[in-house]
Design a protein around this ligand. Structure first.
Ligand SMILES: Cc1ncc(COP(=O)(O)O)c(C=O)c1O
Length: 374
């Protein structure tokens, strides 16, 4: 059997990781400014994380959601405290798409409405409802097309009000910072106004923090900069440092009904052990403050490179928009300078390093960028 060939691959196999560095099968060392697509939060193979995951699998890797799992309760308590959402409830799933899928369903169960407002250039995942609210027709299959969705430009409040005031909108979904869309930040004022409008027209506000959450922006959630409290918040990627896990934070206005949501694997013992360890390390090593500080330093320095049109981002979620297409520069960074980066569109390099990325490593990365772009 062959693999179903849907991924354009670099011909590199990563076989080892430590902190913010990875090694390929030929023994070459790379600086990881991509974090496996924003997934590695506390660093590759952190010793406390390795101990927590291996310790848990020795005891019990998995049992179903038909029995009590105190690790889930511990995680809910700790995540509630660290994120500032103590009064919210937690539902655990496996992927970011699934988190958004469940958020959209819960909103619709709650208010009985169907239409969703989403934004241009958004990405929310590839399952049925999540892909429908993603602004990329190329990945929406005919079976996904049933749900009514309206896409609006990011930042246009009067268009939002015009749609919400029609009375048939169940939820409005927005990324804390648009990732795939090119590191586009909704302004704090725009988010504050969305929260006001959603509450006025009884529309559930869903904040997709799958990529921008868990400390990546320099605060626990990117929407913390705006000081709003969304009705539903979705997280994934960094939550378990590479163990597949995602979560939905649910405001107290939603009432659970047995059987309303469910999953086989979501919140399993191993995933919870990994996620608890991530929160411990984030706190112990103050990685959110680190993301803020090192991110600011990186953004200031990157702005001085030749050919840079604009630097956008917060914390360690950074977009470098260039005058020229980025393909060749990324290729040289990877194969000549051994730096992994991400991309968002033809002109934007995306940086999503682990949150433990140090100032010294940032300096090293900048020197390698200068060799290619200078
Ligand atoms: C903002 C956002 N939402 C949702 C997703 C989907 O997450 P997953 O690939 O885990 O389903 C992604 C993935 O890149 C994302 O960036």
């Amino acid at each position: 059997m062959n693999l179903f060939d849907v991924y354009p691959l670099f011909n590199i196999e990563i076989v080892k990781g430590k902190g913010c560095r990875v090694w390929d099968s030929a023994g070459n060392e790379y600086l990881d400014l991509y974090g496996g697509h924003a997934v590695i939060s506390v660093g590759h193979s952190h010793p406390d994380y390795v101990a927590a995951v291996t310790g848990q699998i020795r005891e019990l890797g998995f049992y179903s959601n038909s029995v009590t799992n105190s690790l889930q309760k511990q995680l809910a308590g700790k995540l509630g405290r660290v994120s500032g959402y103590d009064d919210y409830a937690l539902f655990l799933i496996n992927t970011g798409a699934e988190a958004n899928e469940n958020a959209l369903k819960l909103a619709s169960f709650h208010n009985g409405k169907r239409r969703v407002v989403s934004f241009r250039n958004s990405f929310h995942g590839r399952t049925s409802a999540s892909v429908r609210v993603t602004d990329n027709p190329a990945i929406v299959a005919p079976v996904n097309e049933g749900m009514p969705v309206t896409f609006l430009p990011l930042g246009d409040l009067s268009l939002v009000e015009n749609e919400l005031s029609k009375g048939d909108v169940s939820s409005l979904i927005i990324e804390g910072i648009q990732g795939v869309g090119g590191i586009q930040l909704p302004s704090d004022e725009f988010l504050q106004s969305l929260a006001r409008l959603c509450s006025r027209y009884e529309v559930c506000l869903i904040l997709d923090e799958v990529q921008s959450g868990y400390g990546r922006s320099g605060k626990f959630f990117a929407h913390h900069y705006a000081g709003i409290r969304p009705d539903l918040i979705t997280v994934g990627k960094g939550i378990a440092n590479g163990f597949p896990m995602a979560a939905l934070l649910i405001s107290p206005m939603f009432k659970p009904v047995h059987g309303m949501l469910g999953t086989t694997f979501g919140g399993n013992h191993l995933a919870c052990a990994a996620a608890l360890s991530v929160l411990d390390i984030l706190e112990k090593e103050q990685l959110i403050a680190n993301a803020n500080e090192v991110g600011n330093y990186l953004m200031e320095e990157l702005a001085t490179l030749p050919g840079v049109r604009e630097i956008r981002g917060r914390g360690l979620m950074i977009g470098i928009e260039l005058d020229e297409p980025v393909k060749e520069i990324r290729r040289r960074l990877l194969f000549e300078q051994r730096v992994f980066t991400g991309v968002a569109g033809a002109h934007t390099i995306r940086l999503l390093p682990p949150l433990c990325f140090s100032r010294a490593e940032a300096g090293e990365a900048l020197a390698r960028f200068r060799r290619v772009m200078g």
